[in-house]
Design a protein around this ligand. Structure first.
Ligand code: PMP
Length: 366
């Protein structure tokens, strides 16, 4: 569409144009029912069908085991940082956190309001640029669960495997790499993700929950009804008014995902796009630098500095990039530098444009 730019935002983020255009087509009069999805009751038959289809497509696309509950919840992943201890600690008091970036750090901190969050590892001293070997993790066999963040959006650190934590229930924040590759749902007790990176607009999160945590048996007495996994699970997404429009757009994104070839397709594209960008960075003889150890590099969020962190040059880079329709490339305000997020909505062509620009900028400024 005319005037659109290549948007490398870390989230909310670029969506496939086809999805936006379908939403546009259906905006004012949804399937001839005379109103927009924004305007209809969440109990209408049209909306109930939208919600049911979204859940079915989540199950199909992610291969969710039949006995797992699919949760569609309001609030972003931040609300889940609280809901997890509130629903999963049970009679235990401790939970382990593998902290490999700023989001895992926030999740850990929230646990301490309701119990004791233990640091099974913490890579802060490396400025969150590594994932330690399992032999270095301090796992407590008596922990209620082990939490990890599958992809650290700010620091650009991604697990390329499912951590093996034995019998202790495994919990994953997949907010920023959800829907970018197939996942091993059954190895997890709970997977959750805000959807505003790879699967839609902001406003809700999705969860896959193992049955032993869906029955309320481990819910703390102080757990707000709104946060209760049992209440949400028992009522589908309809305990209260859901984020209807966001859920509908997610549904369109899921249909599109099926059409293009499912998670395998997004995985192939993510590998292609990230290899291209890391290749440009690593091939620049240090003009560009990604601080993250190679084995822990994210396919979704690629942080990099220019000329050893030359802030004036980075500003010039960001300004000139805009002239080439390359937008939102500044690093997170807490780390500075640059960051390119390569979510599903970013076409390969956008990353090609970015790497071409990076080469010419290097030639002119080194
Ligand atoms: N976890 C991760 C990995 C994230 O990237 C984010 C948001 N960027 C959050 C949690 C918090 O999500 P929200 O802002 O939707 O609450």
């Amino acid at each position: 569409a005319e005037g659109r730019v290549y948007n490398f935002s870390a989230g909310p983020s670029v969506m496939p144009l086809e999805v936006l255009e379908e939403v546009q087509r259906e905006m004012v009069n949804y399937k001839g029912c005379g109103m927009s999805v924004m305007e209809m009751s969440h109990r209408s038959k049209e909306f109930m069908a939208i919600a049911a289809e979204a859940e079915k497509n989540l199950r199909d696309i992610f291969g969710v085991p039949g006995d797992y509950t699919v949760l569609m919840m309001q609030g972003g992943a931040t609300l889940q940082f609280s809901s997890i201890p509130l629903n999963m600690l049970g009679t235990k008091t401790k939970a382990d956190y593998l902290v490999t970036g700023q989001w895992g750090e926030k999740a850990h901190k929230e646990c301490n309001k309701y119990g004791t969050g233990q640091l099974a590892c913490n890579t802060k001293p490396t400025k969150f640029t590594t994932i330690p070997q399992k032999s270095e993790w301090k796992l407590d066999l008596d922990a209620a669960y082990v939490h990890y963040c599958a992809n650290e959006t700010v620091n650009g650190v991604e697990f390329s495997y499912t951590p093996d934590v034995g019998e202790v229930p495994l919990v994953a924040d997949m907010s920023s790499n959800f829907c970018s590759k197939p996942i091993e749902v059954s190895k997890h007790a709970f997977i959750y993700a805000g959807i505003q990176k790879n699967l839609g607009p902001a406003g809700m999160s999705v969860g896959f929950l193992r049955p032993d945590f869906a029955d309320g048996s481990k819910e703390l007495k102080i757990c707000p009804t709104y946060c209760s996994f049992k209440t949400t699970g028992d009522n589908g997404p309809m305990y209260n008014t859901p984020a209807c429009f966001t859920m509908y757009v997610m549904g369109e994104y899921l249909k599109y995902t099926k059409k293009v070839g499912g998670l395998a397709y997004w995985a192939e594209m993510s590998d292609k796009k990230s290899s291209l960008l890391y290749g440009a960075i690593d091939g620049s003889s240090g003009f560009y630098n990604c601080p993250v150890e190679k084995s822990a590099r994210s396919r979704m969020n690629v942080p990099f500095t220019i000329n050893g962190g030359d802030e004036a040059l980075e500003k010039k880079f960001l300004d000139e990039a805009k002239k080439h329709k390359l937008f939102t490339l500044a690093g997170h305000r807490s780390v500075g530098g640059c960051r390119a997020s390569l979510y599903n909505g970013m076409p390969l062509e956008g990353v090609e444009k970015l790497t071409d620009f990076m080469k010419s900028f290097m030639d002119e400024n080194r």
